[in-house]
Design a protein around this ligand. Sequence first.
Ligand SMILES: [Zn+2]
Length: 109
Amino acid sequence: MKQIYSARDLLEAQLLKDFILDHQIDVLIKGDLLLGAIGELPADTTPSVWVLDDDEYDRAKELVLVFKGRDKTSQVELTVWKCLECDELIESQFSECWKCGKTRPVKNE
Ligand SMILES: [Zn+2]
């Protein structure tokens, strides 16, 4: 068993685990005890992701890079857009204005 990634939090570890499991590689998360014991563990306990089969290590590491690349992309896109109808600022993951329901305007580039 080899460690392939040290996550910044449990959510990221979980996302990566699901992503790699989708590629038929068995992984597990270590250090996810925070689930049942919030406040009882030191704050620097960060979860890590491990691949069970050493032979899958290289492939799993590649998937980590893909995962991180995807992560970066989604952060770049995390900007706000302005509703033309009511001037409300909407986070980019929403395609409609939460206030008036107007669809996000097409970007002029
Ligand atoms: Zn609106």
